[in-house]
Design a protein around this ligand. Structure first.
Ligand code: ATP
Length: 589
């Protein structure tokens, strides 16, 4: 069914609801359902897409209610008050995100709990302003001078809920949703594709806080009265249960989750004293039986069934190759005496490295010799303890990964870092992050400009998939591919950033013999297109066959550098490898 038709049907159902259920009790219930849904839908974006946890959303709900309520009490028109409430919530959300940026998992949850409790205490104790437990009486909500009675206030909430649904759904299916999801899957991979992870986390928090504030404001005017007892920790848990039980990260999850958290208490009202026990039980049951939530679980079953019907074929582009991806001026990397220490231990010890033009440089060495640490320094994951990295004459020593990507250096990962919830095509499209021009408004409104840009980058991503020989896998979930294919997707995603230097960290690890051939073929094609490659690889035959120059590390120090023939016969290199299983390959290779 066409999306607009679905929305039209929903709009009609919402419009006729008061006629179908002509009782103020049901209309009141519908109001409550809709504003709760708005909060859960926003929280789903934060938890389900961006992978951040909030146990303090009741705090934003409260801020929305108090700011909007107090503004109208002070004589500000209702709509303007609502806008102010939402904007202040967005600011508060951004602030909480910034304060909790370094925290992850349980620590982030603790920051949000602290925020929720702080708001609850202020609401309770600052009685002169909030009314505390005695509550706050509000004037009737008015639109353009007209008072909103029960039914018209319901319609008002319904319109807002529909608009929020459309906008959030647009966000889900835009570059923004993709970026949030990618960040939730692997922050480091998103960063090396050019995503400024900190800013995107703040944005996700701000949007989610906005919707929570909107829900709170709409709640406040439902009875023109509310008190501080509403904004408890339980409330935050309830919203989160809605997201998880419905299916975090799914588009229909918030609707199903809200049905569970909103309607269930109505049905078991006589058991109010046990409501936390009931919700705890539902959450536990859901996590055990349906870890992806109700919608996620159903989707998984359908996906498994549909597997046999094959992947939908995507239009093949007319030509291929990253040479079409923009002009390049070649690599120019100069590493001077770079040192990386961990608690005094030198993993990399004063290495110098120069990479210019479009050469393929091998970086080899026995296990623990410092190759991955070097790659992490060059891609901005680690800041060297000492020394200097310069790129095209610019000092990039302390550049974070997204700035390295913007400068033209990106990488793949030894331990694959694909965005497993995205399709193969979406993974590659994410690589174009730095090249998208349409902003938030265009993405959330799905403007014609946004649609043009999406189809342009979809075609570009298809070109790259064709380039690595995976065009027919475009519609598949990245996690469903073989190891070797996933490595090729990582290469395609890295190429999408339009790098001048591509760092490949063990691209053949885990790949089959056939896949290794493919990977070597792709490496050669990348080189031919003018991109320099730094290749870290244990398969010596690959290194000896494709590299122009090889740098050898041992115990964090550079012990040799030269062409493959020179390296093969270098006594120090042979000694470093002696006893290791690679030595035979090195000599034979
Ligand atoms: N984050 C870290 N903290 C402490 N020590 C580390 C860290 N990362 C690496 N090391 C140490 O630094 C040394 C070099 O490690 P690195 O992973 O760079 O080697 P490598 O050459 O990539 O090894 P491999 O071929 O096994 O991947 C090792 O002794 C390792 O234990």
């Amino acid at each position: 069914m066409k999306k607009w038709l679905l929305y039209l049907l929903i709009a009609l159902a919402l419009y006729f609801f008061p006629w179908l259920f002509p009782s103020s009790y049901y209309v009141h219930m519908a109001q409550g359902f809709l504003y709760t849904y708005i909060v859960v839908a926003g929280l789903n974006l934060l938890v389900g897409l961006s992978g951040q946890l909030s146990l303090g959303h009741a705090g934003f709900y409260a801020i929305g209610a108090y700011v909007t309520g107090l503004c109208t009490v002070a004589g500000v028109p209702f709509l303007l008050s609502l806008l102010l409430g939402v904007l202040i919530c967005a600011g508060a959300g951004g602030l909480v995100a910034m304060l909790s940026l370094r925290a992850k998992g349980p620590y982030l949850a603790m920051v949000t709990i602290a925020f929720g409790l702080l708001v609850e205490i202020v609401a309770n104790r600052w009685v002169e302003v909030t009314g505390g437990p005695a509550g706050l009486y509000l004037p009737e909500a008015k639109l353009f001078g007209l008072g909103l009675g029960t039914v018209s206030y319901y319609w008002f909430i319904a319109v807002i809920a529909l608009v929020v649904t459309v906008l959030i759904d647009n966000l889900f299916t835009s570059r923004y949703g993709r970026t949030f999801r990618a960040m939730g899957n692997s922050e480091v991979a998103a960063a090396t594709a050019g995503v400024h992870v900190r800013n995107w986390k703040v944005l996700a928090f701000a949007i989610s806080a906005c919707t929570a504030g909107l829900g709170g404001a709409l709640f406040a005017f439902q009875n023109a009265y509310f008190n501080s007892d509403t904004f408890t920790f339980d409330k935050s848990i309830l919203f989160l249960v809605g997201v998880i039980v419905g299916g975090a990260g799914t588009r229909l999850g918030p609707l199903v989750g809200t049905i569970v958290i909103f309607l269930l208490p109505q049905w078991v009202q006589s058991l109010y004293n046990y409501h936390l026990l009931i919700f705890g039980g539902i959450l536990l049951l859901s996590l055990i039986a349906l870890p992806e939530g109700i919608v996620g679980g159903i989707q998984r079953i359908f996906k498994q069934r549909n597997q046999y019907s094959g992947t939908p074929s995507l239009p093949a582009p007319d030509s291929d190759g990253p040479s079409q991806m923009g002009s390049r001026d070649g690599a120019d990397l100069n590493v001077q005496a770079a040192v990386m220490e961990f608690d005094g231990f030198r993993a990399v010890d004063a290495i110098d490295l120069q990479i210019k033009g479009s050469e393929v440089r091998g970086l080899i060495g026995p296990n623990g010799s410092g190759k991955s640490t070097t790659v992490n320094m060059l891609s901005g994951v680690y800041v060297p303890t000492k020394g200097k990295l310069s790129w095209k004459g610019v000092d990039v020593t302390s550049f974070p990964p997204h700035r390295m990507a913007a400068a033209g250096i990106t990488r793949t990962f030894q331990n694959l870092q694909l965005f497993h919830e995205l399709t193969v095509l979406e993974n590659v499209m994410l690589g174009f992050h730095l090249h998208y021009r349409k902003g938030f408004a265009a993405n959330i409104l799905h403007t014609p400009g946004f649609l043009r840009e999406e189809s342009h980058f979809r075609a570009e991503a298809m070109r790259l998939l064709q380039f690595v020989g995976l065009a027919e896998k475009a519609g598949e979930q990245a996690a469903a591919l073989s190891y070797g294919q996933q490595r090729l997707v990582e290469i395609a995603r890295a190429l999408a950033t339009k790098p001048d230097l591509l760092i490949l960290d063990e691209p053949a690890a885990g790949a089959s013999l056939y896949e290794v051939d493919n990977i070597v073929r792709v490496i050669r094609k990348v080189k031919d297109s003018g991109i320099a490659i730094l290749l870290v690889e244990h398969h010596m035959e690959i290194v000896m066959n494709v590299c122009d120059t090889i740098t050898v590390l041992d115990f964090g120090k550079k012990i040799a550098e030269g062409d493959p023939a020179f390296i093969k016969n270098h006594p120090q290199v042979i000694e470093a490898y002696l006893g290791g299983e690679e030595v035979t390959k090195l000599v034979v290779g």
